[in-house]
Design a protein around this ligand. Structure first.
Ligand code: GRF
Length: 212
């Protein structure tokens, strides 16, 4: 089986990136990370990538006049690295069609809530403020909305009585690492098929595997 070629976009800590790198090293994920790109020069994830021998690049969004030209530079770098899948692992920028059309149905994001609940920034604070008893994490394909793309996989995580942001975020993060790796492995092993909704409406549905 041929490993999938992945580019990872980050903005910070990079613990999900680390989970991917560790799973590859342990032969639990049939992938190769071809490049890690950060829009922040000091993102800790850049060191994690370098330590694993993965090429890194800093592409600062402030160097570009608009989102489209920033996205164009990302696409160029990812194409140069010959990636076929892109993973957003804590990447804090919204992507435009310039990017999404270059990798149609090939951009995967990890979000720390059970979408469609609590999209956008600081999903853990949103969950605590709402008072839900269960939250979790979601791996989904990226579309033009904020955390609105087709859902690939989810895991529920309990909210405990004494939770604060950090304790809840840590409990979710543990599951994020597992879910992201598992989902990428399912993609690597089986591929993904997108079923478009009927004309009467609905959302595209994704399933692992190929064919009807
Ligand atoms: C994770 O909680 C992820 O779900 C969210 O951003 C955070 C990134 O963490 N999109 P890390 O950089 O992977 O440690």
């Amino acid at each position: 089986m041929t490993p999938i070629d992945v580019g990872v976009l980050i903005s910070g800590r990079g613990s999900n990136l680390q989970a991917i790198l560790d799973a590859i090293a342990a032969d639990e994920l049939a992938a190769q990370v071809r490049v890690v790109i950060s829009n922040r020069p000091k993102a800790a994830g850049l060191q994690r990538a370098a330590a694993a021998g993965v090429p890194t690049q800093f592409i600062g969004h402030r160097q570009f006049p608009d989102r489209e030209s920033f996205d164009g530079a990302l696409v160029e770098a990812l194409r140069a690295a010959q990636v076929s899948w892109v993973v957003l692992a804590g990447f804090m920028r919204i992507l435009t069609p310039v990017f999404l059309d270059a990798f149609p149905n090939r951009v995967v994001n990890i979000h720390p809530a059970l979408l469609p609940a609590f999209p956008g920034v600081d999903a853990q604070t949103q969950a605590l403020a709402y008072g839900v008893r269960v939250t979790g994490c979601t791996v989904h394909l990226v579309n033009e909305g904020v955390d609105t793309g087709p859902i690939l996989a989810q895991v529920a995580v309990p909210v405990l009585q004494d939770d604060d942001h950090d304790s809840l975020a840590a409990r979710i993060l543990e599951q994020e690492h597992r879910l992201l790796v598992e989902t990428l492995q399912r993609i690597a092993l089986a591929g993904l098929t997108i079923d478009q909704p009927p004309e009467s409406g609905g959302r595209p549905k994704v399933r692992f595997g190929s064919g009807p």
